[in-house]
Design a protein around this ligand. Structure first.
Ligand SMILES: Nc1ncnc2c1ncn2[C@@H]1O[C@H](COP(=O)(O)OP(=O)(O)OP(=O)(O)O)[C@@H](O)[C@H]1O
Length: 727
């Protein structure tokens, strides 16, 4: 096919014009002559189309000015286009054949966790991140993720001008986005092998489960991973690697999940639960509890989780379930022990609140059936869920947790507060007696929940006792999980809920004994585990039941202040002044030596207070002023120390520590414990007291008597609002 001749034939006037005269009058004038348009217009079906005009002008310009016959250019371009089309078709056909016969592939859907393992792994690959086609995602850091302190501090110093207080207003802006491969084809190398990745998305029409609501489109993403060769083994290895990377620090973390929002739960399985936290494992030794109780629950759980146990249970026809009931006053460590147990066994925690107004019995069943093989399910404060038997007359109005309350009084109140008209008519006295102005916020919440339930078109909401029992050990119920229920009022629980088989072990928690008070004291003031940075909390998966005391250095400054984190220049100005305020043994501390254990004179409260002085870092501005006023009145070795901090950044941490020998700490702890009346305070209350003096053990000891007296008076109801003054 000769394009040139076609065009010549179609444009006789034009061609003749350009070849014979060498100039084009119409082009020069900017207006084509009538003969030209008479020829072209019928051919192209346009009358004075500006595009046609432009084409003709360009055609003439190329022909006349460049001396090249434009028809040749068109011919070549046409040939290239055709060749491209043919080659593309050929490539697609050959590639399809190659994929079919010489490539293996695995598809991963975003409805599965592996998808997220793979995406996270891809986002961490530098070569992938440098790809030209990426998707950016907002990536925010969790509360427990490590932060680059130096970067944080320097930015804050310059932002505030003074470098005195931390300021996190910029933290979102500083968090870098996460980049993942965009939709489409990508390729990468892994362990010397070439892989192809096709990230694709399709919209699916999803009818809703149960036929409720409006069906809608849902985007479904998937990754197709391919490699050359007839075996998918390399892709399996890659997926396994991505999974391992995803869980690389999992041993040190406990993942906490809660039921997903109702709209998501209906999709079931992995959509039923959503991760709400990924926190460092709580070491078992941080839970202060009778050693025997700990050992009982640990060994029971260990035996239950043993791989041989399912066979043992199956052979004897016993359902593979284990339930624990932790009961005791508030703040005695029920939740803490649950988390520590999950940490010891490396299990995720699934927390369910039966007070969730959106939770139906059907949901609860769905949640239990979508649990992983081994996990801890935590049902907190089940006494407040108002679970009633179906035949219980009181349950007629309280099949939902919302209609019940934790106290009998509240129950009575809520009974009298039935807000449907019929009830009001039947018991006018009750409703009349009730003064709505006396309502508390909790009452309002309860009424709102009830109103929500009533407005629902006949759908039963809330959890009844039988609903819960069905979920935890019904025929279709999940096996393999560990169920932990916590309550402050075990006596309020229905017997059916705690019968053996549902609750296999009960652990009673009590207010702190003196021994527990001693342990708590030691735990608060023992040295920090410096693994992963001086500010990191103790993270250990070792389940030591008791922590031996080791020589320690106790920081005398609150570590998070920029004073101790900032550059050497700042620290030289501020940190050292704090040290001079502390007792005589500080010189040794500033030189990085651990002093010999000094006998503690508790009668010398002034000296103790001086040694335990509130770290001046707590009041940085004041401290700076003091430092300024002191001018050159520092002692010689302090000045020497200042010089050291100016030259070495790393000395900052060392110079801000004072030391307490283990023997001294043990002595202080014993003294502290002796002043705590046994069984009067929960560990949470003691912890609260100690936390307010977390760097000053001697001060805690001095103030404990006043605190105990104040708290006892408060508990006896003699003094209201004393908590503030006795803190
Ligand atoms: N036995 C304990 N050992 C160590 N810390 C404890 C203990 N009891 C309470 N605490 C501390 O007190 C706080 C509250 O503890 P936790 O939530 O475990 O108590 P709880 O018994 O579950 O309370 P509630 O019944 O109110 O839910 C936590 O910070 C925890 O560290």
């Amino acid at each position: 096919m000769d394009f040139s001749s076609i065009i010549r034939g179609a444009l006789p006037t034009l061609v003749t014009n350009s070849s014979t005269h060498g100039t084009n009058t119409s082009a020069e004038k900017g207006l084509p002559d009538s003969l030209f348009f008479d020829t072209l217009s019928p051919l192209l079906g346009f009358h004075f189309n500006p595009l046609v005009k432009l084409f003709i002008i360009l055609y003439n310009l190329v022909g006349n000015r460049l001396g090249i016959d434009p028809t040749y250019i068109l011919t070549v371009a046409g040939l290239f286009w055709a060749a491209n089309k043919v080659l593309t078709q050929l490539y697609v056909a050959l590639y399809g054949l190659a994929r079919q016969h010489f490539m293996a592939s695995i598809e991963v859907s975003n409805s599965d966790d592996i998808y997220f393992h793979m995406i996270k792994w891809l986002a961490s690959q530098p070569k992938m991140v440098n790809s030209r086609s990426l998707t950016a995602e907002t990536a925010s850091k969790g509360a427990w993720e490590e932060e680059d302190e130096s970067e944080l501090t320097s930015s804050l110093v310059s932002a505030s001008g003074s470098g005195v207080f931390l300021n996190f207003s910029n933290q979102e802006a500083k968090a870098p986005p996460r980049f993942t491969p965009a939709l489409g084809l990508h390729s990468f190398w892994f362990r010397g092998r070439y892989f192809q990745l096709h990230r694709k998305q399709e919209s699916l029409f999803e009818p809703l489960a149960g036929g409720h609501g409006i069906p809608r489109f849902k985007d479904k993403e998937s990754l197709v991973l391919s490699c050359f060769g007839r075996s998918p083994e390399p892709i399996k290895l890659l997926l396994q690697h991505a999974k391992e990377q995803y869980y690389v620090d999992h041993q040190a973390k406990t993942i906490v999940r809660r039921p997903a929002p109702q709209a998501l739960r209906r999709y079931g399985h992995r959509h039923s639960w959503q991760q709400v936290a990924n926190r460092p494992v709580r070491p078992m030794q941080t839970v202060v509890l009778d050693e025997e109780q700990k050992i009982r629950v640990l060994s029971d759980m260990n035996e239950y989780l043993h791989p041989a146990t399912p066979r043992w249970y199956a052979n004897r026809g016993i359902p593979l379930r284990r339930g624990y009931l932790f009961h005791g006053p508030p703040g005695t460590g029920k939740t803490s022990l649950s988390f520590a147990l999950a940490g010891v066994f490396g299990l995720d925690i699934y927390v369910i609140s039966l007070l969730d107004p959106t939770l139906t019995e059907e949901d609860l069943l769905g949640l239990f059936t979508s649990l992983p093989r081994r996990c801890v399910v935590l049902l907190e404060d089940i006494d407040t869920a108002g679970l009633k038997r179906a035949d219980d007359p009181a349950s007629s109005s309280s099949s939902s947790p919302s209609s019940s309350s934790s106290s009998d009084d509240d129950d009575k109140e809520s009974e009298g507060r039935q807000d449907d008209d019929s009830k009001e008519k039947k018991s006018p006295k009750k409703s009349k007696n009730h003064n709505k102005r006396d309502w508390k916020v909790s009452d309002l919440a309860r009424e709102l929940k009830r109103a929500g339930n009533n407005s629902d078109s006949g759908e039963k909401k809330g959890i009844s006792l039988s609903g819960l029992l069905n979920a935890i050990d019904g025929v279709a119920s999940h096996e393999g999980r560990v169920l932990i229920m916590t309550t402050n009022k075990p006596e309020a629980l229905d017997e059916a809920l705690i019968r053996p088989g549902r609750v296999d072990l009960q652990i009673a928690f009590t207010n702190a004994s003196q021994e527990q008070a001693r342990e708590l004291f030691v735990r608060i003031y023992e040295p920090e585990n410096t693994k992963g940075g001086s500010r990191s909390f103790p993270i250990s998966v070792s389940d030591h039941l008791s922590s031996p005391l080791t020589p320690l250095t106790l920081s005398s400054e609150p570590p998070p202040t920029p004073l101790s984190l900032s550059s050497d220049k700042d620290s030289s100005v501020t940190d050292v002044s704090g040290i001079t305020e502390i007792g005589d043994d500080d010189d040794a501390a500033t030189d990085g030596k651990i002093p010999a254990p000094a006998p503690l004179d508790l009668t010398d409260t002034a000296a103790a207070a001086k040694r335990d002085a509130i770290p001046t870092g707590r009041f940085p501005l004041e401290q700076q002023q003091q430092q300024h006023q002191r001018g050159h009145h520092h002692r010689p070795n302090q000045r020497r120390h200042e010089e050291q901090t100016k030259t070495t950044k790393t000395t900052t941490t060392r110079t801000t520590t004072t030391t307490i020998h283990p023997a001294e700490l043990a002595h202080l702890a014993a003294q502290f414990a002796a002043r705590i009346p046994p069984g009067q305070f929960s560990p949470a209350e003691l912890q609260g007291f100690l936390l307010k003096r977390k760097k000053t053990p001697r001060r805690a000891l001095e103030e404990v008597d006043a605190w105990v007296a104040g708290m006892l008076a408060q508990k006896a109801g003699k003094t209201r609002g004393l908590s503030l003054s006795v803190q």
